[in-house]
Design a protein around this ligand. Structure first.
Ligand code: GLC
Length: 780
């Protein structure tokens, strides 16, 4: 075990706990309970949002500016009632009742119908040297989701989840700390759902009943217990409030929803030109090609290899002509290079931007460029400086930014031996003058702040054009700055399977723009694995194929004609679905809703969905049941309440039911909910190939609605009103299906186009869409 975990976790002293409440103070937002020195503060921020803070010393810590986007005073004041009885104090909002017992001080919450949630255990809150914790009851039939990108199953009950950003190389089902540290989860049982955001950037941990069955624990090495209770009961409501607290994603450029091709490495301009040509010649749609570490000069960040990438600007321009965007990798480790004329290093040294040890010496570790030093992204001036360096990339036409190794990942000498991983010293000073602290408090923020630096820098140097950002590490709120991929997975069936719960849990953690490396990063995919992975990958919000150095090539055509055809078909389907998927991105940007969703998101009262980790929904209409084992051509599919249609054959099923799906290699079982309306485009070879001149809305009988979102797809004008929505409603009664098309709302006018309203299996109406409201009738 790496040495720094020892430092983090040695304490087994008994806990001190809260005694009796002695005094109570109240103002328009808070109720403060004093139990001698220790204090408990309850803040009412919204009818479904309560912040709980407990400090053993009686001093609450100053606000930190890092992860919580909406501070307490920025929430509109909401009315609440406080009622005192002999034993307890009751705080009541429109949706929640919080009961604080006087002796010993502990709290209980109830929903409107009196159902308990987030109830403190007998021992409620405690502290000991270097740690503080809270304990709550696990209710019967309660399940736990979120936690960033946990491995293993969808439901994390009885697991331990540590929040400490880690280069989780070779991760598997038992791995705990991952690249992302998101101290947030959703607890769900039929009719009751709540979220907990543990507001600490220090090492922290959730124990979901592993140590004590029936009790979950949160523990941090910070000095205050600070968490938010977010009542739902639906997951959608919980995530909407959680993302109001920690921020939402901006609209990404539309091209970033296309297929993205990566490899470590496409090592020269010539190799990439050939790759691009291959995609176009084989008519496999693709929008993005990545540059992994070898594009740099000796792995020096913000440089180009003079041999392999001699003319980056011309090269990127040429690719652009052909519809490809280029996304190079960035690393936080700056080569320690005092002898050479390396500007990034020189500037960082001159301005003292790199992290120092507590004794004042420059800290260094070993990464790709060998000896490296690390910017302190927690300081705004360092973020500005790093942000300005992004201009060296925007100047040559780079369209996206891939931030890697930002947990941060580094080794003690030599680089590359997994046993050699180290962290910055926990006592290394970090942060700006007014908010100075040490690495123990900022470790989890390193990736988040690097992502913020690159986002804000690029926004400055390219203020009119959206860019794409991808990061490996992050913390709560990472969705504001970047998409996330699940790091170095492996070319294994188990990893194909596990990508479903991992991505679903990321979505339930507020991070909607997510993907796993299609085909698996480490190892060699078989043709069958690759085909199955591409089918599922079609649904990933981030659809990227990637593979590691020294592995077999993983481009769609390297597995023979049959698999190439399957890849083409599923990538084409992705491009056809883009109007639907882009609207899901808009939902994520405006409400925080995940794009890829576990079934429990839409069916939170159906316990059959609570542990269902091998089926997934793309938006509210599409339900996929991927094949994730070799040689399998049939699988059981659970169709929840409602009516469902087989996407491929049109066969109709009445939920709730289990069916056996037939799935030869070219078929991923895919279903669409009755009453769905799915806007689709025709296939293009890249997203911006030509404006949408035909929009086909495929509809399935039943009752439902869908709001199509449109904007120019690439500028920031949507922020000042240049977007539009059209709401389509369908209802079937007996033999008549009526479709209402609402008037287009908003200031953006899409190019003139023909609209085809297709009631699947029945017929279609065509018209030139000028944005006016209309009604159509279909008879069967
Ligand atoms: C890390 C990244 C991987 C990348 C490799 C080389 O392992 O996770 O995606 O290809 O470094 O840069």
């Amino acid at each position: 075990m790496p040495q720094y975990f020892g430092q983090l976790h040695t304490n087994e002293q008994p806990w001190s706990t809260l005694g009796a409440v002695q005094t109570i103070q109240q103002d328009e937002r808070h109720v403060l309970f004093k139990c001698g020195d220790p204090c408990l503060k309850i803040s009412v921020l919204a009818p479904n949002l309560i912040r709980v803070r407990m400090t053993p010393s009686g001093e609450f810590l100053p606000r930190r500016s890092w992860a919580v986007a909406q501070a307490d005073e920025e929430w509109a004041a909401v009315p609440f009632e406080v009622r005192e009885t002999a034993d307890a104090v009751e705080i009541k909002t429109q949706q929640l009742r919080v009961l604080v017992h006087r002796n010993p001080c502990r709290l209980e919450c109830f929903d409107e119908s009196g159902q308990p949630l987030a109830q403190d255990a007998e021992t409620a809150m405690g502290w000991r040297s270097g740690a503080i914790a809270g304990w709550k009851r696990i209710e019967t039939d309660e399940h736990f989701y979120g936690f960033g990108e946990p491995t293993g199953l969808l439901d994390q009950r009885s697991k331990v989840r540590t929040n400490w950003t880690t280069d989780a190389l070779d991760y598997g089902i038992l791995t705990d700390s991952m690249y992302q540290a998101i101290p947030f989860f959703i607890a769900l049982r039929p009719g009751v759902g709540y979220g907990i955001f543990f507001n600490t950037t220090f090492w922290s941990q959730f124990d979901l009943g592993a140590k004590q069955p029936g009790i979950w624990q949160m523990e941090t090495q910070g000095s205050e217990l600070d968490y938010y209770i977010i009542y739902g009961p639906e997951p959608a409501k919980i995530i909407a409030t959680y993302t109001q607290l920690t921020g939402r994603m901006p609209m990404p450029p539309r091209w970033s929803l296309g297929y993205q091709q990566c490899r470590w490495s496409y090592e020269s301009q010539e190799v990439i030109r050939k790759l691009a040509h291959e995609f176009r010649q084989r008519r496999i749609p693709c929008d993005v090609i990545y540059l992994d570490i070898d594009y740099m000069n000796g792995y020096r960040i913000f440089t180009w290899s003079p041999k392999r990438f001699a003319h980056p600007k011309e090269f990127i321009q040429d690719l652009k002509q052909d519809g490809f965007k280029v996304v190079p990798i960035s690393e936080p480790g700056v080569k320690y290079d005092p002898e050479a004329d390396y500007q990034t290093f020189d500037e960082g040294i001159q301005n003292d931007y790199f992290i120092r040890k507590s004794n004042g010496q420059l800290f260094h570790g070993y990464v790709w460029p060998d000896k490296a030093v690390f910017p302190d992204f927690i300081r705004p001036e360092v973020r500005d400086w790093w942000g300005n360096w992004q201009k060296s990339l925007t100047d040559v036409g780079v369209a996206g930014f891939w931030n890697d190794m930002n947990e941060p990942a580094l080794d003690d000498r030599p680089f590359g031996d997994p046993g050699n991983k180290i962290s910055f010293p926990l006592d290394a000073e970090q942060g700006p003058a007014g908010e100075k602290t040490n690495h123990a408090e900022t470790h989890n923020l390193y990736g988040l702040m690097m992502a913020q630096a690159s986002y804000q820098g690029v926004e400055k140097s390219r203020p009119t054009e959206r860019s794409f950002f991808l990061t490996r590490a992050g913390f709560a709120g990472i969705q504001r700055w970047s998409a996330v991929w699940t790091g170095d997975n492996q070319s294994l069936w188990e990893h194909l399977e596990m990508s479903i719960p991992m991505l679903c849990n990321l979505g339930l953690s507020g991070v909607a723009f997510v993907g796993a490396d299609i085909g698996g990063f480490a190892g060699n995919a078989t043709a069958e694995l690759f085909a199955r992975w591409m089918q599922l990958g079609m649904l990933y919000p981030l659809m990227r194929g990637h593979s590691a150095l020294s592995t077999a090539q993983h481009e769609p055509w390297t597995f023979g004609d049959k698999v190439e055809k399957i890849c083409r078909e599923y990538i084409e389907l992705r491009y056809q679905l883009l109007p639907y998927i882009y609207s899901l991105f808009w939902q994520a940007a405006t409400t925080g809703a995940p794009i890829l969703r576990p079934l429990l998101y839409h069916f939170p009262n159906d316990p059959k969905t609570f542990t269902l980790g091998d089926q997934v929904m793309l938006g509210s209409s599409l339900l996929a049941a991927p094949i994730y084992r070799p040689g399998i051509e049939h699988r059981v599919v659970y169709l929840p309440e409602g009516c469902w249609y087989d996407w491929w054959s049109g066969e109709r099923f009445e939920g709730q039911t289990h069916i056996l799906a037939h799935a030869p290699l070219e078929r991923m079982p895919l279903y669409v909910r009755g009453g769905s309306i799915i806007p689709m485009a025709s296939v293009t070879q890249y997203v911006d190939e030509r404006p949408l001149d035909q929009l086909r809305l495929r509809m399935w009988m039943g009752t439902g609605e869908f709001t199509l979102y449109e904007d120019d797809g690439h500028s920031f004008e949507y922020k000042t009103g240049a977007s539009c929505t059209t709401t389509y409603r369908i209802s079937t009664e007996g033999e008549r299906t009526i479709v209402d098309i609402g008037a287009r709302e908003g200031q953006f006018s899409p190019a003139a186009r023909e609209t085809i309203m297709e009631l699947v299996g029945v017929g279609e109406h065509r018209f030139v869409d000028d944005g006016t409201a209309r009604q159509l009738t279909f008879s069967t």
